[in-house]
Write a new protein. Structure first.
Length: 227
């Protein structure tokens, strides 16, 4: 990591103190100031705060501040953070890497991140993956993401569907396969994702749509149609 200046001036000292203030508005202003000043010596403090910051808006400003620093400084530190034991640190690093958009980072977007047991890490990984995937590797990513269909509550499922839809028509084969899965949650999620692919304004409620389908077809016919 790039160390903070061991002899910071008084303004830097005040900024570092403000990043840890109890008031979220003060922390937000501190993150804004850090991004405005774009001092590489602040990277350690910014990264450390990302891992523990509870406020969404402050975290987003911290990400912006990091993107203002030279990528040759931030990217190696962010890649290292992907191996952190702290879920929020991993999630924020993924989010920031997606904003920087350096496709050389792609090898660091591992399956372990795409399949992370922490929902926020996984969602950040899905979003980062569709931004960073190299041209020609979209189908492989779609296949990896499709293995997560049926996971989690509505918000998690919607994040995955949006990530898949961002890959475009390359996802159609994996959705067709998932729509015939033995697990009804996977089938419902696959069909909801297909609706979003063809109509981005469509309502997203896999459970409700599957229930309507079963009522319309009858339990036996709905099961047959999935095979």
């Amino acid at each position: 990591m790039v160390p903070i200046n061991t002899s910071p001036d008084s303004s830097t000292t005040r900024l570092l103190e403000a990043l840890g203030a109890a008031n979220s508005s003060v922390r937000l202003q501190a993150a804004l100031a850090a991004g405005t000043n774009a001092d590489p010596g602040l990277i350690t403090a910014l990264m450390a705060r990302c891992a523990i910051e509870p406020d969404f808006f402050v975290r987003d400003m911290l990400t912006w501040a990091l993107t203002r620093l030279p990528a040759e400084i931030t990217v190696p530190v962010l890649r290292e953070e992907l191996r952190s034991e702290c879920a929020q640190a991993r999630s924020q690093a993924l989010h920031t890497l997606s904003k920087i958009g350096d496709k050389a980072v792609w090898p660091s977007i591992t399956r372990s991140l795409l399949y992370d047991t922490d929902d926020e890490v996984a969602r950040s990984a899905w979003r980062a993956a569709v931004v960073l995937v190299p041209e020609g590797q979209e189908a492989g990513l779609a296949a990896d993401l499709a293995t997560r269909l049926g996971r989690g509550e509505r918000a998690v499922q919607l994040s995955l569907s949006r990530a898949l839809v961002a890959l475009g028509e390359v996802i159609e084969p994996v959705l067709r396969s998932a729509a015939a899965d033995a697990d009804p949650a996977v089938r419902a999620h696959a069909r909801a994702t297909e609706r979003l692919l063809h109509d981005p304004e469509a309502a997203f409620d896999p459970g409700a749509e599957e229930a309507k389908r079963i009522v319309a077809l009858g339990p036996e016919r709905a099961g047959d149609a999935a095979c």
